[in-house]
Design a protein around this ligand. Structure first.
Ligand code: KIV
Length: 264
């Protein structure tokens, strides 16, 4: 049965965790969705993972359209979320045309990075039938503003701002929220303040779902992986499908992420 936003809401209401993995091609989209991963993220992390860049900034809308089309062809019923890449939603006109292109390519939800300034975009898109996921915390498209890939929300003002952004994003009509690299206790506080499904990465165990970059969780990375990554290939029967199954099991049973994968 195809997963929809309503399915995710039902899972949240039942207190059942769900999973998300990045996917960039048809074969891995097929394997992950067949294994039971509920949501596939066509992440602009493809700039790092597939294209070898040191950030997601060089990724174009054309790249995202191509990979969303590939994932759509292989997908077996997971909900497809696709990233609007850097500077393709800076104006209202860009926002509409970029989102339309990703939805036509097969996305069912578009993900935008940032709070405050872009929250006007959420009702605009929702009004056109485009569900939105707002990505907060460490937003990799802003790496040059942050001065590196750093944990966000550690000082009191930044904590307050993140809580406010989360509440405002939900009020603006965001269908999903995603938090990357924030302290686990801040994530807990935010979970008490919002009711839409929340996906986390490096945000502790509190979110309704976890996401990992697929290559990272298969140990297919030339660099030392970040602290929040776990290699699930070693956990399963040694097969890729086994790794996906081990990931799903660990998230649903609350065994992943552990304290060693989170931040204070
Ligand atoms: O692009 C991506 O893969 C992402 C995840 C790391 C959340 O945004």
């Amino acid at each position: 049965m195809a997963i929809t936003l309503s399915t995710l809401t039902e899972l949240k209401q039942r207190g059942e965790k769900f999973t998300c993995l990045t996917a960039y091609d048809s074969t891995f989209a097929h394997l992950a969705s067949s294994a039971g991963v509920e949501t596939l993220l066509v992440g602009d992390s493809l700039g790092n993972v597939l294209q070898g860049h040191d950030s997601t900034v060089p990724v174009s809308l054309e790249d995202m359209i191509y990979h969303t089309q590939c994932v759509k062809r292989g997908n077996q019923g997971a909900l497809i979320i696709a990233d609007l890449p850097f500077m393709t939603y800076a104006t209202a006109e860009q926002l509409y045309s970029s989102s339309a292109a990703l939805m036509r390519a097969g996305a069912q939800v578009v993900k935008l990075e940032g709070g405050g300034w872009l929250l006007d975009s959420v009702p605009r898109l929702a009004g056109c039938g485009v569900p939105v996921c707002i990505h907060l915390g460490l937003t990799p498209q802003s790496v040059n503003k942050f001065g590196g890939f750093k944990v966000q929300g550690r000082d009191p003002a930044a904590r307050r701002a993140l809580v406010q952004d989360a509440v405002a994003a939900e009020k603006a009509g965001a269908a999903l929220l995603l938090f990357e690299c924030i302290p686990a206790d801040l994530m807990e506080e935010i979970m008490d303040r919002v009711s839409v499904p929340v996906i986390g990465i490096g945000a502790g165990p509190a979110p309704d779902a976890q996401v990992l970059v697929m290559h990272d969780m298969l140990g297919a990375t030339p660099r030392k992986p970040p602290r929040f990554v776990k290699n699930f290939l070693a956990e399963g029967d040694g097969s890729i499908t086994g790794a996906f199954g081990a990931y799903i099991d660990a998230v649903k049973k609350g065994r992943f992420p552990g304290p060693e994968h989170g931040f204070d």
